[in-house]
Design a protein around this ligand. Structure first.
Ligand SMILES: *[C@@H]1O[C@H](CO)[C@@H](O)[C@H](O)[C@H]1NC(C)=O
Ligand SMILES: *[C@@H]1O[C@H](CO)[C@@H](O)[C@H](O)[C@H]1NC(C)=O
Length: 428
């Protein structure tokens, strides 16, 4: 492994162009085609095969420094150092890329309770009339019963409750909530809170309103902030509410400008009095865990802060499916995502003192998905210092025939889980 790494580095340097990566920017790794040298005061450091990063320190060698080999280092053991260069004393300790020695259980594990997002498309067109409450009193599935079952029988402790922006305002752009519609959504929120679980309010609009991108030609940051002011004012005193700023932004022209839109939402939520709850910060590419670093989301969102300048309870929102095109539409799974997504992400998070939450993942109820999902779950558990947990997609109003159904079947007073949930997604 080390030999391969060094040869690969030499090749990069022979071909290297002379642009330099910024502090904490990527400077190499399999598939990386960008700059391979770092700005003055930082040094290119091999975190793993897929991700080299510019970390603070004086460059004393022209080759990247290998701080450790996470896949071959036993937890708690000494990192294996390469002989190409020694880490300068001012560089962060190699431990930021080690596996944690005592990872605890994942903090939050659960499932999406879909329905209020029905009618939403990836262009941010959410037809208010398309929303279908997953509650018996509104002729939907028994979302309240499902959540109770998931908590009692499976040990789940978080539910994500997707909803379209247009539904909350009854198609009026801005921040004024439609009381009739919000009363229906709040019934689901209250059913969630009644189970004792945490409840994610997920604005399911793909960074858009009717095809136009927030802060980049579509709704203004003020309009985006206004909807969050209204929602956060309503739930300011509920500790177990988690604010999911936006579902799956994609094809965002300017990621730093998007970071400013996310900042506007965070500021609005905190100033509305929701000062302590978790807020989830979403990046580009459908919040892909795999593209989070390489496509600039990590850098753009790493500068988002609370009004007091802190980053307390600001957590990155990432999604990842296990099928061949990461779309979450295929019954068969082909990857556990560890090498391509979770390992580079966890190293970056650890080295930057940040955390992420995987709020959508899932697969078919098939043998291939059981295998890969269980590997992914195990990896996330081993890295619970930087990964808060996962939320499966999806239950609620999805039928059991839906390809990614995690909807349990009720028979009398007994609930039976989907195969993938039973296999290893349920902690109990
Ligand atoms: C709220 O939405 C309902 C549709 O659910 C609509 O009939 C009603 O007119 C709206 N209320 C206001 C004040 O716009
Ligand atoms: C990165 O984001 C840009 C702009 O949204 C997009 O065009 C590009 O496809 C993304 N790259 C990857 C690898 O997803």
């Amino acid at each position: 492994m080390q030999t391969v790494l060094l040869l690969t580095c030499a090749t990069w340097y022979a071909l290297s162009v002379h642009a330099q990566s910024s502090l904490y920017g990527q400077c190499g790794g399999i598939g990386w085609a960008g700059a391979t040298t770092c700005v003055s005061g930082s040094v290119c450091t091999v975190l793993n095969d897929y991700y080299y990063q510019c970390l603070p320190g004086a460059a004393s060698a022209s080759n990247p420094i290998t701080t450790s080999a996470p896949t071959t280092t036993p937890a708690g053991g000494s990192p294996v150092s390469s002989s190409t260069a020694s880490a300068p004393s001012s560089a962060p300790s190699a431990s930021c890329s080690d596996l944690p020695t005592n990872p605890g259980p994942l903090r939050l594990v659960g499932v999406n309770i879909a329905g209020f997002d029905f009618g939403c498309s990836t262009d941010g067109t959410c037809t208010a009339s398309g929303a279908w409450p997953p509650l018996l009193q509104y002729y939907g599935a028994d979302g309240a019963g499902q959540m109770q079952h998931f908590v009692e029988d499976d040990g789940y402790n978080v539910f994500r409750l997707p909803v379209g922006w247009q539904f909350l305002t009854n198609n009026v752009l801005g921040g004024d909530l439609n009381e009739t519609n919000v009363a229906e959504y709040d019934a689901l929120v209250q059913a969630c809170l009644a189970t004792g679980a945490s409840c994610i309010i997920d604005l399911h609009n793909y960074a858009r309103w009717d095809g136009e991108i927030i802060g980049q030609g579509g709704p203004t940051n003020e309009q985006f902030a206004a909807i969050w002011t209204s929602i956060a004012t309503k739930y300011a005193s509920e500790d177990k509410i988690i604010f999911g700023v936006m579902n799956e932004p994609h094809d965002i022209p300017d990621i730093d400008t998007w970071g400013q839109s996310v900042q506007a939402a965070v500021t609005a939520i905190r100033q509305a009095g929701a000062t302590t709850q978790l807020i989830l910060l979403p990046g580009n590419d459908y919040t892909s865990a795999e593209e989070f670093i390489s496509n600039g989301s990590a850098d753009a969102l790493n500068v988002v802060t609370n009004p007091d300048g802190s980053i307390t309870n600001l957590v990155f929102d990432v999604h990842k499916y296990l099928d061949s095109d990461n779309s979450g539409t295929n019954a068969e799974c082909v990857t556990n995502n560890i090498d391509d997504a979770w390992e580079p992400l966890t190293q970056w998070l650890r080295c930057n003192g940040r955390q992420a939450f995987n709020t959508e993942t899932g697969g078919g109820n098939t043998a291939s998905c059981e295998t890969y999902m269980c590997q992914q779950v195990t990896y996330q558990q081993q890295n619970s210092d930087v990964l808060l947990g996962y939320v499966g997609w999806a239950a609620g109003n999805f039928m059991n025939t839906y390809v990614l159904s995690e909807t349990p079947t009720e028979s009398g007073s007994t609930w039976t889980d989907a195969a993938l949930v039973s296999a290893c997604m349920a902690p109990k």
